[in-house]
Structure formats: structure tokens, C-alpha cells
Write a protein that binds this ligand. Structure first.
Ligand code: LLP
Length: 419
């Protein structure tokens, strides 16, 4: 189901024309659909039926506080990886008792903040981190509720930059070491063992990597139980893929069924948490950009647009494909094949290679599937202003982040004193 569709030749977000949004807000800008976010979240949530579960939306996918607030109103939990993300969740009205805190390098200050705000689980990624959590919790005279993020060494069969569950990755604790780490955790006075966590990668388009890693996790749960260590929650991470370019990932129901079948096969009925980011956000937003110039050289046509790799990094960093569609289908120019490139002074600043488009200068293009890992990875390279973000809610377009201004670029910088 898409919330971005053509109507009389014009691309719309819900009921709003994207040309109108571009006219009012300017380009480049991100446009999200509230209905799309809610639809994705609810589809995943209802796939669990009565089975006890928590959807902990991965904040890194799209961390605008208006989006977090929309999800918090549905009752969502959150997966955070920094104090900044946890502060965003709190600012958006999220419930810290539904927050899991992942990440390999949590600082003392971040742990203090998370423990004092009562997050549900600190997902520990090394034995060194366990000792730090104990020290911080003891100093606060508190108990830290923890899980170990285990590394099951399963190949998620996705892009190497977004694979996290193999033995060469920096993420998680290898299974044997995790068993010993749980035993150590059970002895520590300020640690409460809550769960076990596992996240193997992102944009996964089959159920088998999820089932394989779940099997390994559940074997560990039983082994721990035999040592008197009771796991109370299975956190199975994120990773469910989406359709960027005709991929056919499992449906939410197929994905959830794979998990429910896995737990049933082991005779385990523990509550499940998942940490989806891309599935909820990816196809819930687009980036609008305007063609500045058309340029031809001997072997190529270029559509040079006003958005670049600083605004949307995925194509440059992962060779990721994003469909690029004209906002207005009715063009009076012929179709040609273009590289759609940005203004940044890097050859890698390409949003899409070899796209057949009927475009001319001033036309608007929509870069599709840009709701996840898009604005959240944007930066200011070439001293470019980060784009505005707009959330469409039925008939209304809310600006949920103003376009940056030039003063934002130098905020916090200063000149040396004279002389
Ligand atoms: N949980 C943990 C611990 C994670 O590291 C991630 C993503 C997620 C959950 C959410 O995964 P998802 O459901 O969104 O696949 N920037 C890359 C993706 C990096 C993913 C990092 N971790 C991209 O643009 O494709």
C-alpha cells in the first residue's frame, strides 16, 4: 500500500500535491505521510495477535520528534543508540519503560542517563561494558535491567555495510562468551538480567536468517535456564527489508509467523520485542528536489538537482537504489537517460544512475523510499543547509523541521581573538 500516488498526473502524499508542498516549503525537502507510518506500525503490531510483544521502533531510521510522537501515541516502544536518541524519545512523549538501549560504545554519561530514566533494557555488547554498567548503577544506587546482545554468526545476506550478526562484525557478544557473561551478570549486585537481544543486519529480504538466529538464541535461553538464569524478554532486533526496486521481502505476517513458529517449536512463550526501523519509516517518506540544470557531455546526460549526498547519503554510501519519479507526469519533453546528480563537489554525489526521465530545468523530482536513514544521515558537507521536513496528515502539511539557516552552519564556531 502506497501513500504516495499519482492523481491526474501529479504525485501526491496522501491528499496533498507534492508540487504545492515544494512551492510553499521550497526544495530540497523531505515529505512524510503520517498515515503511512501508522499503517506500517499497526500492520506489524497486529501481526502478533495476542502474543505478548513490544514494537521498539529504531529511532536511528528517522528521529524527528514529530514522527516519534506519532508512534508514541500508538503505544510504541523505542530502540535507541545514544543519549541524544533517548532525549528525543522523552521529548516526544515516549515511555522509557518501553525503551531498549543498544550500541557498542555507551559512555558513562549515557549509561547514567539511561539508568536514571528507567529504560527497560540496556543491551550490553561486551564484557567490559557489563562491568561499566555495574559500576554506574552502583554509583546511582540503582539496579540496571540488562540484556546481552548476542552475535549468532548468521549471514543476513544483505549489503556488507549493514550486516551486523557475523563473527567479523564489531557488534554483539559471541555465543560462548555470552554464556559466561550471563553467569557473571547474575552475580553482580546492581544488575538484573532481563533479556537476550539479537540484531543481525538490515534490509533482510528472507525469513531464514531471522529463523536461524532465533533458533540459536532460543537454545541459549534454555541453556541459561538450566543454570538458573531466567530470561524474561526476547529482543529479536530489526532488519525486515522493504521494496526499493522490486524486492519481495516477507510480509509483516510472514516475518512475525517465522518468530512465533520458532518460539513454539522450542516450547517457549516469552514476550518478544522487535526493533524495526526501515519497515516502518522507509516507504513512508520521499525527498523532493528540483532540477537546476540539464547538462550533456559526450557520453552522458545529467539532471543536476538541488539535493545532494549530504541530504541523502544512501546511494553514495551503499550504492543503494532509490526510484526517482517526476512529480508531474505530463511533460512536453522527450524521455532521455540521465544520471541524477547533486551539487556536492564529489563524483560520488549521484542520487541515481541511468534513469529514464522526461525532465527539464525547474522540474520537480521525488526520490522515493526516503523515509528511513535519509534525513537522519544528512549532514552539512559543502556547508549546505539541511532540508526542511514536512509531515502530511490528511489535508494538512505540518512543517516538522525548518530548513536550516546560514546561522545554523556556524553556530558554536568562533574566530580567534585579534592579534
Ligand atoms: N536494532 C539495531 C541494534 C540496529 O543496529 C538497527 C539498525 C535496527 C535495530 C534497525 O534495523 P532496520 O529495521 O531499520 O533494518 N544506514 C543503513 C542502515 C543501517 C542500519 C543500522 N542498524 C541504510 O541506510 O541502509
Amino acid at each position: 500500500m502506497s501513500f504516495f500516488k499519482y492523481h491526474n498526473g501529479e504525485l501526491r502524499a496522501e491528499n496533498i500535491s507534492l508540487s504545492k508542498v515544494a512551492e510553499t516549503i521550497g526544495t530540497p525537502c523531505y515529505v512524510y505521510s503520517r498515515a503511512a507510518f501508522e499503517h506500517q506500525w499497526t500492520t506489524l503490531d497486529s501481526a502478533f495477535g495476542d502474543y505478548p510483544h513490544t514494537i521498539c521502533y529504531a529511532v536511528k531510521a528517522n528521529s524527528n520528534i514529530a514522527i516519534l510522537n506519532v508512534l508514541a501515541r500508538l503505544g510504541s516502544g523505542f530502540d535507541v543508540v545514544s543519549e541524544g536518541e533517548l532525549r528525543r524519545v522523552l521529548a516526544a512523549g515516549g515511555d522509557p519503560s518501553k525503551v531498549v538501549f543498544s550500541g557498542v560504545a555507551k559512555s558513562v554519561a549515557e549509561l547514567e542517563f539511561a539508568i536514571s530514566n528507567g529504560v527497560r533494557s540496556i543491551n550490553i555488547e561486551s564484557t567490559a561494558e557489563l562491568e561499566r554498567v555495574q559500576t554506574v548503577a552502583a554509583a546511582l544506587n540503582a539496579t540496571a535491567s540488562i540484556a546481552f546482545r548476542v552475535n549468532p554468526d548468521v549471514d543476513p545476506e544483505t549489503h556488507p555495510y549493514i550486516s551486523t550478526g557475523m563473527d567479523k562484525a564489531k557488534f554483539g557478544v559471541p555465543m560462548e562468551a555470552a554464556f559466561a557473561a550471563y553467569q557473571r551478570a547474575a552475580e553482580l549486585p546492581n544488575i538484573e538480567v532481563h533479556g537476550i537481544a539479537c540484531h543481525i543486519g538490515s534490509q533482510i529480504t528472507k525469513t531464514s536468517p531471522f529463523s536461524d538466529s532465533l533458533d540459536i538464541v532460543l537454545t541459549m535461553v534454555k541453556r541459561l535456564a538450566s543454570q538458573g538464569i531466567q530470561i524474561k524478554q526476547l529482543d529479536l532486533g530489526g532488519g525486515l527489508g522493504i521494496d526499493y526496486q522490486g524486492e519481495t521481502p516477507p510480509t509483516a505476517q510472514e516475518y512475525v509467523n517465522a518468530m512465533l513458529d520458532g518460539v513454539a517449536a522450542h516450547g517457549i512463550d516469552l514476550p518478544i520485542a522487535i526493533e524495526p526501523g526501515r519497515y516502518i519509516a522507509g516507504n513512508s517518506g520521499v525527498m523532493l528536489t528540483r532540477v537546476e540544470y540539464i547538462k550533456h557531455n559526450e557520453s552522458k546526460n545529467f539532471a543536476i538537482v538541488d539535493a545532494g549526498m549530504n541530504d541523502l547519503l544512501r546511494p553514495s554510501l551503499y550504492q543503494a537504489f532509490h526510484a526517482i519519479l517526476p512529480v508531474n507526469e505530463n511533460s512536453n519533453v522527450e524521455k532521455s537517460v540521465f544520471d541524477v546528480v547533486g551539487p556536492v563537489c564529489e563524483s560520488a554525489d549521484v542520487l541515481g544512475y541511468d534513469r529514464e526521465l522526461a525532465v527539464q530545468a525547474d522540474d520537480l523530482l521525488a526520490v522515493m523510499s526516503a523515509g528511513a536513514y535519509s534525513f537522519s544521515m544528512a549532514g552539512n558537507y559543502n556547508s549546505r543547509l539541511r532540508p526542511a521536513e514536512v509531515l502530511i496528515d490528511g489535508e494538512t502539511a505540518h512543517i516538522i523541521r525548518q530548513r536550516e539557516e546560514f546561522d545554523d552552519l556556524t553556530r558554536g564556531e568562533s574566530l580567534l581573538p585579534e592579534q
